[in-house]
Design a protein around this ligand. Sequence first.
Ligand SMILES: [Zn+2]
Length: 202
Amino acid sequence: MIDPAQALRRLQEGNARFVNNLRADALASPVRRAEVADNHRPFAVILGCSDARVPAEIVFDQGLGDLFVIRVAGNIVTPSQIGSIEFAVERFGVQLVVVLGHSRCGAIDATLEALTRPGQAYSPGLRSIVDRVRPSIEGLLQTELAQDRSRLWQEAVRANIRASVNQLRHGSELLERLVLAGKLKVAGAEYALDSGEVAFLD
Ligand SMILES: [Zn+2]
């Protein structure tokens, strides 16, 4: 069993390899594929954004069988995401969940647009994402950040990551119990599109 601190270190070391262009190609080799075909034990869950520039396995330099990844625009928490995480925790004994947001997230931008220019038409599906992001960021519009669009966007990304972390810590009886017992850590992290670096928020 890989404890939360060890899992976090593995992710940080992998991200450092990615940033320094030292990725280990063997992690997706046929040998590795055979090793995990019948049995695998992912050591972390990543709830990340669907953005095509932020594939979790690549930015953390992990291989087949290493990460249990859920991706959805805006790294939002819905019941099916919670269920996926509960599955990974129970089935594989995963002890680390990372909510991975990123700079200049389009889902956050769409939500800011919806808040600042109401009346725009959204499909019901996109509206459901915007409505999940909205509560954590609308308060920022009442601050001086409203005058600075790029800082507002940056802070909104972080507020949304923290909101998802909070929802995972408290949105499920099973996850909450494990967090309180010290057997599960839920961490927020932000990926920088320009540098490739992942900064953990806590
Ligand atoms: Zn995004």
